[in-house]
Design a protein around this ligand. Sequence first.
Ligand SMILES: N[C@@H](CCC(=O)N[C@@H](CS)C(=O)NCC(=O)O)C(=O)O
Length: 197
Amino acid sequence: MRLLYSALSPFARKVRVLALEKGLAERIGLEPAAPYQDEVVRALNPLNKIPTLVTDGGEAVYDSAVICDYLDGLAEPRLIPASQPERHRALKLEAAADGLGDAALLVVRERMRPGGEHRQDVFDRQLKAIEAALDLFEGAGLSVERFAIGEIAVAAQLGYLDARKVVDWRTGRPVLAAWFEAVSKRGSMIASDPSAG
Ligand SMILES: N[C@@H](CCC(=O)N[C@@H](CS)C(=O)NCC(=O)O)C(=O)O
């Protein structure tokens, strides 16, 4: 398999962490891609986004949630719970984390605009979503021991907030900060840490 990715992409990191946790990483070749600079990924994914996985059979799979679902079916341990209510909880957590990631990306892209072109309404709207999602995570009872899809998705996005200095998310969220510190020690998180190069 091949994974088109970038080291900084939190969605690609979610996929990589899941693959590492499942022992699948050595079966996946990592291919850097730059969807904001070129159109290379569009031949595989009409959205021209990363992560995009190409299976051994040559099928292109996207987006990150669908890639995780595909990889989860290839090996144990299952990191997307099969039974309810765990499944519902995990997928909802993943959706909130991915949504935070979409908002964080918009903030970062908006900041890249030259000075006078910033759109304050975009900042305000997206920062509200980021802060509310972080508050949700603070009270979500995230597990250090059970590092399943919901937890993986949250951890990947918190890493992105740090890497891009999007917001100071630790202030006022001691539970989330302690949880992230603990899960950041996992081999999968260390191996996929964007600051590690
Ligand atoms: N919902 C998608 C989001 C992926 C995404 O936004 N990827 C960014 C990089 S982190 C991208 O490729 N953006 C290119 C673009 O929007 O044109 C997923 O979960 O895979």
